[in-house]
Design a protein around this ligand. Structure first.
Ligand code: SF4
Ligand code: SF4
Length: 410
């Protein structure tokens, strides 16, 4: 297992809300799948939370309108993979359609009802995966692991939720254990996150099936398979659900709480905005589909100078060509840093650090140098963690090279 320590923000940045954009641009993508059918068409009036698009696979995954208003058509916006993507555009009518929220007792749900609710409310993994949550729960399960390890070093939105919505997160965790007949739930947190541990321990007292597990402050400790190994001592080569384990991040747990308790579709999420080129850093609750440029303006704008945006952290994320990026369900953070000038050619020093850092024991240096027969280096095992690029003293973008090699052997 990797031992690389990543410096993380010590305390969460201030919290703000930006919930009334003039337009939203809903990216038509679910867990990398862009084969999405739009159900709403131009000139349709839609309500907040209404189903407007769905995927075509066996498990239909829904995209719900994040604001109410008029569908004005389709447009292309940047997605966090740095490519333009088709989006459904809704113009806000600024009418509050949610009103008073009706409440449902969580333990009244049957397994089938809970699965349907997760699907209807469009709940997907909010830690960067976008994986449909109902698909994970449609299995025989014994253990729920709540992943509070927040891998993205730029993000502090999970920390915000633990400190401010702890009771809600524990309530839904306990309810899911009951609804799905599981034996236990384990909340995994970094040993060094003292404040979070203290907070969780304070509220955990009354829940007999919930417990805390500490993991080291190493970057890949939050990677699903490594987390299962550390917390349950189970070697998990495929999906954790094959070992009767379901893993959800903190933000996903909170979205599940809102969906099951208040019938609230996934229409918003918290994104961490940070970096030295922003006038203000904050965790911002925003509607899915809001243009990032608008949120940055709301935070006071940029500082003077050339800048670049990094979406979802410096290790697993991407630098984005433009702030014409929109908030998607899998966007955890946006960091704005000074632009790096194209520098001198990056030469490998044969230090071997990339090999030492790789959690799945690949040789990024060899993959970087190869021009053919990539399969001998097993690039398909890469988990995209970005540690090789992060650690390389020559700043070679090894992760990109390994991803390209992976593409070559498909
Ligand atoms: S090769 Fe892949 S798995 Fe290994 S360190 Fe690089 S990005 Fe991570
Ligand atoms: S870390 Fe960078 S410099 Fe060191 S061996 Fe790997 S590619 Fe070469």
């Amino acid at each position: 297992m990797s031992r690389v320590l990543i410096k993380k923000q010590v305390s969460p940045t201030p919290y703000k809300e930006y919930l009334n954009p003039k337009h939203v641009y809903l990216p038509l993508i679910i867990n990398g799948d862009t084969d999405i059918t739009a159900l709403a068409k131009k000139e349709d009036m839609v309500e907040e939370g209404e189903l407007v698009a769905k995927s075509k696979g066996n498990w239909r995954v829904f995209i719900n309108a994040s604001i109410g208003g008029k569908v004005t058509g389709f447009s292309e916006k940047y997605y966090l993979n740095n490519q333009k993507l088709k989006c459904l555009v809704i113009e806000n009518d600024f009418v509050d359609q949610i009103g008073e929220k009706s409440e449902k007792k969580l333990t009244d749900y049957t397994k089938e009802q809970a699965l349907k609710k997760m699907q209807d409310m469009g709940i997907v993994g909010l830690s960067g995966s976008g994986f449909p949550t109902a698909v994970k729960y449609d299995n025989q399960l014994d253990t729920l692991i709540v992943n509070a390890v927040e891998s993205d070093p730029d993000a502090s939105n999970d920390a915000y939720l633990i400190l401010n919505k702890c009771e809600e997160i524990l309530e839904i965790t306990d309810a899911l254990v009951e609804i799905f007949g599981m034996k236990e739930a384990i909340i995994a947190v970094k040993k060094t996150d003292v404040e979070l541990k203290k907070h969780l321990n304070y509220y955990l007292g009354t829940y007999i099936k919930l417990k805390l597990a500490e993991v080291p402050n190493t970057y890949t400790a939050g990677w699903e398979k490594e987390l299962v190994q550390r917390v349950k001592k189970i070697n998990c080569k495929t999906f954790p659900t094959n070992k009767k384990i379901v893993v959800n991040g903190v933000a996903t747990m909170y979205a599940l709480y809102e969906a099951l308790k208040y019938n609230q579709a996934l229409t918003s999420r918290i994104v961490t905005f940070s970096g030295p080129m922003l006038k203000e850093n904050a965790n911002v609750l925003v509607k899915i589909g809001t243009p990032v440029s608008e949120i940055i303006e709301f935070l006071g704008g940029y500082l003077e100078g050339d800048k670049m945006l990094i979406a979802n952290g410096p290790l697993m994320g991407n630098s984005i060509a433009s702030d014409d990026l929109v908030v998607s369900s899998d966007l955890t953070s946006v960091r704005v840093v000074p632009a790096i000038a194209e520098s001198i050619p990056k030469v490998c020093m044969r230090c071997g650090e990339c090999v030492n850092a790789c959690p799945v024991k690949l040789s990024p240096v060899l993959i970087n140098e190869a021009t053919e027969n990539f399969e001998q280096f097993n690039p398909d095992r890469c988990i995209g963690c970005g540690l090789c690029s992060y650690i390389c003293p020559s700043q070679i973008n090894l992760r990109k090279k390994v991803e390209q090699a992976k593409g070559e052997i498909k």
